[in-house]
Write a protein that binds this ligand. Sequence first.
Ligand SMILES: [Zn+2]
Length: 272
Amino acid sequence: MADVHPIKAWDQYPWLSAGFSTRQGGATAVYGAPGEMNLGWTKEDDPAVVAENRACLVSLVTNDDLVGWQLVTMRQVHGNTVRVVVNDGSPLFTPEGKAVVEADGLTTNERGLMLGVQTADCVPVLLADTRLRAVAALHAGWRGTVARIAEHGVATMEREFGSRAEDLVAAIGPAIRRCCFAVGEEVRERFAAEFVYADDLFLKDAGQLYADLHMANQRQLIGVGLSPDAITTIAECSACSRAADGQRRYFSHRAERGITGRMMSVIGARTD
Ligand SMILES: [Zn+2]
């Protein structure tokens, strides 16, 4: 059975469907034990299996079938571009099912569009406007975080839809945490050049520097006006969290040296 993190703080919004996948459940057999939930078009996995896993995820998150939902993903490039998705009939996928849009954030105020961000250590950030029922999905690795993707996501919703920061809620998903995210001095220097609070985001232990991307994204969201109470963080590390059976709970690019699957974090407003 697939294991998807619901966002309990969002149970009060019945119009909203969202969740963070893990690697448990699904039909993937190429990354370890069979029955895993790879959601990316990786070169190792069978596209038919990935498509099945994606349909399973949307079905789980929405508690129903796929009728009325369209999953939209993007070609992620570690930048800070946030694209508005409109369901105007223009193609959102190639005939092979690959994403057309190149971006690191998607946002929409249309219902029935399930926005997805793929990660395997990077931070997925989901945003919802509880007044206007607009949503966003953001991809925040360290480069996207330095480039202020979370701030850009909020700013795009404000500009395009008239969202107000006080109406936004955020959910930050499983990602590589400070316990495992060893980085070089050059990463700290990049953050120090951008953020006055950069020192808070790094810890040096036994001569090794570690970065806290969860905190970095929380700080960005608070900095643009979200209340800390409006931010839910799934404080699990993609590189070292284990499921009850001892298997890795997440795909981790770092821990598995690049040969791994992808989680997907999704958010959408229901049509009913
Ligand atoms: Zn860890």
